[in-house]
Design a protein around this ligand. Sequence first.
Ligand SMILES: Cc1cc2nc3c(=O)[nH]c(=O)nc-3n(C[C@H](O)[C@H](O)[C@H](O)COP(=O)(O)OP(=O)(O)OC[C@H]3O[C@@H](n4cnc5c(N)ncnc54)[C@H](O)[C@@H]3O)c2cc1C
Length: 430
Amino acid sequence: MSAADQLTQHGHDVIVLEGRDRVGGRIHTTTIAGVDVDAGATWVAPDHAAMHALIERLGGQTVPQFHTGKGIISFNGRRKPESLTALAPWVALDIARVMNKLQKIVDTLPMAEPWNHPKAAEYDAISLGEWLTSQRALKGTRKFIGMVSMVHWGAPVGDLSLLHALRYIKTLGGLEHMLAVEGGDQQDRILGTTHSLVTRFAETLGDRIIVDAPVRRITTDGDSVTIEAGNETVHARRVIVTASPAHRAAIEYTPALPDHHYGLARSWRLGALSKAFVAYDRPFWRDEGLSGEAVSDDDAVFLTFDVSPSPEGPGILMVFCDARGFDAYDQEDRSRRVIRHLMHLYGNRASRIIGYEDFSWGNDNFAPGGPNPAVAPKAWTTFGPYLREPVGLVHWAGTETADQFSGTMNGAILSGQRAATEVDNLLTGR
Ligand SMILES: Cc1cc2nc3c(=O)[nH]c(=O)nc-3n(C[C@H](O)[C@H](O)[C@H](O)COP(=O)(O)OP(=O)(O)OC[C@H]3O[C@@H](n4cnc5c(N)ncnc54)[C@H](O)[C@@H]3O)c2cc1C
């Protein structure tokens, strides 16, 4: 939509073809206890300038993520109502040591074209997990970094290339920024959910957006491109594909894309992340001085946040769940597992729920997985250069193609604007 928006402002005729019956992709709303909550993307960081510009333009408003009080850490079933410093001191020290080491390598990486780093092949040859082993990371450190990996890439540390992790951390502004609430990536939410903003954005494009139009074929013939999508056939001078790289290959291209584009699609597989929301009459944990933030190594629940609309209630916990110990169960089982673990974290009061909802991105159409790709070892150095290189009249956008804030909504906007500039320059001969 940001590509379409910019091209429309530059006087071009644009059509947006969306496969789902709604706009927003990985931004989606679900409702619990009468309150709309973010099933997908939630937070906006202070340095997400493109997002803030959009929020301001569309009359949106941010609210700070609730962050007052103590967090909870629960590893190996031992629950401690404290911050990271409550971990065994040697584990806390080891986490700091490993994070420093990681950040030092990140600092050497270029923002764009990470495959040109002198040690790119070395970093891309191993997984983040293998690197942790080489650093003799303690078990607790592996668990902590593993939780970061699950929430950002929806995959365990063994599944993704070290170079991918480094590049991602770089584009987000560093590890500390990535993990922080105040001043960091979890600082603010959008009042009324992110999707309400997306809906307003879509209204500015009006009937240029066609939903229920899954693109199945893109045919290039001379200087024209034909897109077949649902019941629509669109003839255009250029096309921007914004599906996540893993899903580009679900479209048939004539002529076929060069081989490495199919390799790229195979290696940029999306992870899998699920979210549950549990509602109470009030955010009762606040009475005990708890922030509602918890980190845990349970096989289903690994992170919670307080997204209650007000101190009077309802109290709502947003719960990040490991798809591997979650998606295969039916909803009754899933809710039982989540509530049981919330009782471990927040006490018996956590059983008195007034609502439960969840959303498994791994079961979603058009972007199954989420939140971001867990790019396999060796993929960046092999396929990275093709991530956004146009193929004839076909251009590529989407958050994965952004050099800054890749993996965030802000990155998605920037990538759309970059692709729009690319196309505009070609169409106007600039
Ligand atoms: C659970 C979760 C939590 C997240 N939390 C945050 C957060 O707190 N902050 C943040 O900034 N980001 C977060 N993200 C990431 C953020 O949602 C994405 O980075 C961003 O929304 C990606 O936008 P995009 O347009 O690049 O891709 P998408 O949102 O995936 O959009 C691609 C679109 O293409 C459509 N499509 C795919 N294939 C076809 C086809 N063949 N034909 C037609 N249409 C097709 C899809 O339906 C989709 O609408 C989160 C994501 C998830 C899943």
